[in-house]
Design a protein around this ligand. Structure first.
Ligand SMILES: Nc1ncnc2c1ncn2[C@@H]1O[C@H](COP(=O)(O)OP(=O)(O)O)[C@@H](O)[C@H]1O
Ligand SMILES: [Mg+2]
Length: 373
């Protein structure tokens, strides 16, 4: 892996040195895998699920002798695209040999009607499944599973943004996937997802195929103490400095959301040698200004009532009782029934989330921006 220029990475996993803590989460994940349990990892967006999976996979590959396969379903809209993603991940992992494309992988891809082509721009291989080829998604998955079973090492598969399958049209994707998982009991699975309510529903509703099939782990924010140590050390290593009270301020403003903490620190590290509390405010401002165009779009997406309530939640969060007279009058929100309907819509869109009885705006940067309006 290439060293980043800035130690506060904001895109992806860049190796242990740039990864803060999560030691306990890692221990829990390792224990699940070592005891043959499948895991559901879920949390609000941008808290660090995907990065943790990469960190965990590095550990499994280097010291546990496992083979790991990472699949991201975020951009998939149907089961064919999901199978395409799985086939691509398997190809990435096992397809290339010094002599070209492995023969067993070629055979496997052909059996599921997939072809490899080379992207004209990047020159990279791409897997595509011809139209109508995978009329039998169950059979394609079975073929992929049989290939995995033929491997000698223990295999761990992570399916990220797994909640997508609940939106697939047509065939019952949950049932098809559940069958697949049962066909390959030696393979361990981590199902990860951002949509907390959907993930919980998939795995805890009695009538659904994945009911009680996996261990549910909800990821929490990194503790302030661990983050303080991590941030301080990276500044010191570059002969820069930041005080604990500045870090606490960043952490609170970010509501402990990993991505936002990283983003603020990335800017501070880039622009200052000795960070003061007022520098922190300057960076908050810069970040919100940069996002302005994106945030302003939300207003266009929502009805007037929804927008007004959304903004009021941002101003009052953590908000306990959105139907209270005080709240409604203070923000001039009209009838309680209007508030209730609009709030339900905002929750369905996961723009507003309910966390331990309190309403919050899901995107913390958006919350900070709206609170200023
Ligand atoms: N433990 C960590 N230490 C440092 N940076 C992290 C850590 N976890 C996540 N990040 C960073 O935070 C951002 C969001 O994390 P990500 O894993 O994409 O969140 P999620 O998958 O939960 O939406 C990523 O850019 C990643 O680089
Ligand atoms: Mg992710």
């Amino acid at each position: 892996m290439k060293e980043p220029f800035n130690p506060f990475v904001i895109n992806t996993y860049q190796g242990k040195d740039y990864f803060c803590d999560r030691e306990n989460d890692l221990k829990i994940l390792i224990s699940h895998i070592e005891n043959d349990r499948n895991v559901v990892l879920y949390a609000w967006r941008r808290l660090g699920k995907s990065a943790l999976i990469h960190r965990f996979f590095e550990e499994l590959e280097t010291s546990k002798g496992c083979e790991t396969i990472y699949i991201d379903l975020l951009a998939t809209q149907n089961i064919d695209e999901a199978i395409q993603s799985i086939a691509s991940a398997i190809y990435e992992k096992y397809g290339r040999t010094t002599a070209g494309i492995s023969a067993s992988i070629q055979k496997l891809l052909a059996s599921i009607g997939a072809t490899i082509s080379f992207n004209a721009l990047s020159g990279l291989p791409e897997i595509s499944i011809g139209i109508n080829k995978s009329e039998q998604p169950g059979q394609s998955l079975k073929a992929l599973g049989d290939f995995l079973l033929s491997r000698k090492k223990r295999i761990v598969i992570a399916i990220d943004e797994f909640q997508q399958i609940a939106d697939y049209e047509g065939a019952n994707a949950e049932a098809i996937f559940r069958t697949w998982v049962q066909q390959i009991p030696e393979v361990r699975f981590i199902f990860s997802g951002s949509h907390r309510t959907l993930m919980e529903a998939i795995f805890t509703e009695k009538k659904r195929p994945f009911y009680q099939s996996s261990q549910l782990e909800s990821l929490q924010p990194i503790a302030l103490e661990a983050y303080t140590k991590f941030i301080t050390e990276h500044f010191q290593a570059a002969k820069k400095s930041i005080e604990a009270d500045s870090i606490e301020k960043i952490y609170t403003w970010s509501r402990g959301q990993t991505y936002t903490v990283q983003l603020v620190c990335n800017h501070l590290f880039a622009n200052y040698k000795k960070v003061s509390l007022s520098d922190v405010d300057v960076v908050f401002d810069q970040i919100l200004t940069q996002q302005q165009a994106v945030f302003a779009n939300f207003q266009k997406m929502l009805t007037r009532a929804q927008w007004n309530i959304f903004r009021a939640v941002a101003k009052e969060e953590p908000l306990q009782n959105p139907l209270s007279k005080d709240f409604i009058q203070k923000h001039n929100l009209g009838a309680a029934s209007t508030v209730s309907t609009a709030l339900k819509a905002l929750e369905r869109l996961e723009l507003v989330v309910k966390d331990e009885g309190y309403y919050l705006v899901h995107e913390v940067q958006l919350a900070r921006w709206m609170a200023r309006l």
